[in-house]
Design a protein. Sequence first.
Length: 291
Amino acid sequence: MKTILLIGSDGQVGRELQDTLTSLGRVISVNRQTMNLIDPNQIRQVIIEAKPDIIINAAAYTAVDRAESESDLALAINGTAPTIMAEEAQKIGAFLLHISTDYVFDGTKNTPYLEDDLTHPLSVYGQTKLIGETGIQKASDRYIILRTAWVYGTYGKGNFVKTMLRLGQEREELRIVADQVGSPTWARDIAEAIAQLLLTVNLTETSEIYHFTNSGVTSWYDFAVAIFEEAENLGFPIQVKQVIPITTADYPTPAKRPAYSVLSGQKITSILGNYPPYWRNSLKQMLNKFC
């Protein structure tokens, strides 16, 4: 039986992975209390003691705007920590699966980003995530870097869906950015894809980047409208009467975000043999579990 070390077990994807990984082997779950990601020695020690066959890093610094003023912390968690994990994995012959982001791209394309497209992050968050990717590729020859986007879920502190549900019960009018386009992705679907990937690929030879998101494309504005529509259908006490589309320029933020960050799922679909669920169907499922 394989031993799997799950890092970031309390996050949106990590909590879902605790369920989807159980059929693959013995899961050792660690969170920020049991592994301090800004302490290289502690990262190494936990891995040495666990002796895992597979390491899954579902932990990240994800406060995109705050990262602009906390670049050292973001770099330690998103860049340095994954590199150390890869180094330790290489030493003990373990396989590493690391979750990355669409924000490694600048959003200037108008067709879905492929795994080998040129990276050019616009924000500190994106830059530190790219440093983590590069560190893994240099340190290890057995890994999967799984880029995903617009993640939301039942668990974790906050995400766009939870924020909209809260604001939708507090306000009658909301202004939402309509000129940023991507693919909302349910954390449960990511966790299921990871479990399927680990069962499908050859873990002794694989060193690949894959993109995984729910299928379909939408804007933050249309995503918000869909959240309110589906939530009302389920009986959530939504008060909002009007959702107004605005531009990125109307809502300036410390971090720049890609205008178009749709990721191509062609490569992972060819491996797994099934297409990712449509984003709105997954939204319905998440809200059903949340209510």
